[in-house]
Design a protein around this ligand. Structure first.
Ligand SMILES: *Cc1c(COP(=O)(O)O)cnc(C)c1O
Length: 368
C-alpha cells in the first residue's frame, strides 16, 4: 500500500524532537502561544529570505489576506491561471475581487505571462502567480507587467516554498506572497496553517491586522479582517520541521529524477523541463492517454495517485454565481484530461519508486 501522500515515516523519525518542543510549551504561561508563533515566523522569514512572515490559519487565508493588504478597489479583476487548485481562485473571490483565468504556457504546467499581458484591462488590480507543483514561474515578465500597469503581484507559494526562479527564491519578488502548511504540502503541519511573506513593513502590519479581525486594537476595526492566527502548536511543529525542508526537497528531486529515468523512452509524458532554478517537487505529475484507467489500475494494486487537476478552475460550480472571466485556455484544457500526480514524498524508497514505475510502464505498454 503506497499512499499518495503520507507524513507518518517523516514524523516517526522526528518524534523525539516534537516531544521536546511540545514539552517546552508551558500551558500555564499566557505568553507561550505568542512566543511559539513569533519564533516560527522569525525562522520562516529567514528561510524564505523576506523581512516579515505573518502566520495565519491556512494557505487559503494567506492568499486572501495577501490580496487584502493593498487596499485595492473592491470588485477589481485579479488574473490567475485556469489550471490549478481551487483555493487560489476561491481566495480571490473571498477577498472581494473577480478572478480572470488565463491559459498555461505551451509545454508547461504554469501560467503563460504572454496571456497575462493580454488579459490586463483598466479594471485589473492584481496578478496572483501560482508556482504550481513546486515549479517557479518566470517572475521577471510578471514583475515587469505589474510595475508597468501599477498593479499588485502576489505569489501563491503554497506548493513551492524553497523553490527558486534562477537564483531568486519564490515569495521574494511579489509585494506579498502566500504559503500553505496544509498537512499534504511539502512542509506540512498536522492539519492547517499558512503564512503571508513580505519585505514591506507596512504590508506586514496590514497582514497582522487582517489576521486579527481587521483591528490594530482597542475594538476599532478599520478593515474587514479574518480571525486567522496560526495555531501555536502547529507553529511549534513547523519550527521543528523547517530546518529539514531543504533536505526533503533534495530527496524529492532525486525521486523525480528516478521516475524521469524509469520513464525515459516510454509513452509516459514526464514533467516538462523547466528554466534554471530550483524545483521544490511538491508534485510529480505525468501525462498519459488513459489517465483514469491508469489511476484505477494503480489503485487496485495498492498505489494511490491523483488527477491534479481534472477541471479548469472556471468550470467549478463554485464560481458560477460570482463574476469572473475565463480567457480561452486550450493548453490548460488539454492537461486536465491527461495529468496524473504520483507519490513523491521524500520518505519513499528507491524500490518503491521503481515498483510504481513498473506498474505504470506495464499498463501504458498494454494500452497504447
Ligand atoms: C493548498 C493550496 C492553497 C491553499 O492552502 P490551504 O492551506 O490548503 O488553505 C492555495 N493555493 C495553492 C496553489 C495550493 O496548492
Amino acid at each position: 500500500m503506497i499512499a499518495f501522500h503520507s507524513n507518518s515515516r517523516q514524523h516517526a523519525a522526528l518524534a523525539p524532537e516534537f516531544e521536546r518542543a511540545l514539552r517546552g510549551f508551558d500551558l500555564a504561561d499566557d505568553d507561550a502561544a505568542a512566543r511559539a508563533m513569533a519564533a516560527f515566523e522569525t525562522s520562516l522569514a529567514s528561510y524564505a529570505g523576506v523581512g516579515h512572515a505573518v502566520g495565519v490559519a491556512s494557505g487559503t487565508d494567506a492568499v486572501t489576506i495577501a490580496l487584502n493588504c493593498f487596499s485595492l478597489p473592491p470588485g477589481g479583476e485579479v488574473i490567475t491561471c485556469d489550471f490549478g487548485f481551487y483555493a487560489t481562485a476561491a481566495a480571490i473571490v473571498r477577498a472581494g475581487f473577480q478572478p480572470v483565468f488565463v491559459d498555461t504556457a505551451p509545454d508547461s504546467y504554469l501560467m503563460d505571462p504572454a496571456r497575462v499581458a493580454e488579459a490586463i484591462t483598466p479594471q485589473t488590480v492584481a496578478i496572483v502567480a501560482v508556482h504550481l507543483f513546486g515549479e517557479a514561474l518566470p517572475l521577471t515578465p510578471l514583475a515587469d507587467l505589474a510595475r508597468e500597469h501599477g498593479i499588485a503581484l502576489i505569489e501563491d507559494c503554497a506548493q513551492a516554498l524553497g523553490a527558486r526562479d534562477g537564483d531568486r527564491p519564490v515569495g521574494t519578488v511579489g509585494a506579498a506572497s502566500a504559503v500553505s502548511f496544509n498537512w499534504t504540502k511539502h512542509l506540512g503541519s498536522q492539519s492547517n496553517a499558512g503564512a503571508v511573506l513580505t519585505n514591506d513593513a507596512q504590508l506586514a502590519e496590514m497582514a497582522l491586522a487582517l489576521r486579527s479581525y481587521g483591528s490594530t486594537g482597542g475594538f476599532r476595526h478599520d478593515w474587514l479582517g479574518l480571525n486567522s492566527r496560526i495555531n501555536p502548536f502547529e507553529a511549534l511543529i513547523l519550527d521543528v520541521k523547517l530546518p529539514h525542508l531543504d533536505g526533503w526537497i533534495d530527496r524529492r528531486a532525486a525521486l523525480a529524477a528516478r521516475y524521469d529515468r524509469n520513464f525515459d523512452g516510454s509513452p509516459v509524458g514526464v514533467p516538462f523541463s523547466h528554466a534554471p532554478g530550483r524545483h521544490a517537487h511538491h508534485k510529480y505529475t505525468i501525462r498519459v492517454a488513459d489517465r483514469d484507467g491508469l489511476h484505477a489500475h494503480l489503485l487496485e494494486r495498492g498505489v494511490t495517485t491523483m488527477a491534479c487537476y481534472p477541471y479548469l478552475l472556471h468550470e467549478h460550480g463554485a464560481f458560477d454565481h460570482h463574476p469572473h472571466r475565463a480567457e480561452p485556455a486550450p493548453n490548460a484544457a488539454a492537461l486536465t484530461g491527461s495529468v496524473l500526480a504520483l507519490p513523491v514524498f521524500p520518505e519513499l524508497t528507491d524500490d518503491e519508486i521503481d515498483g510504481i514505475s513498473e506498474l505504470i510502464l506495464g499498463y501504458v505498454k498494454e494500452h497504447s
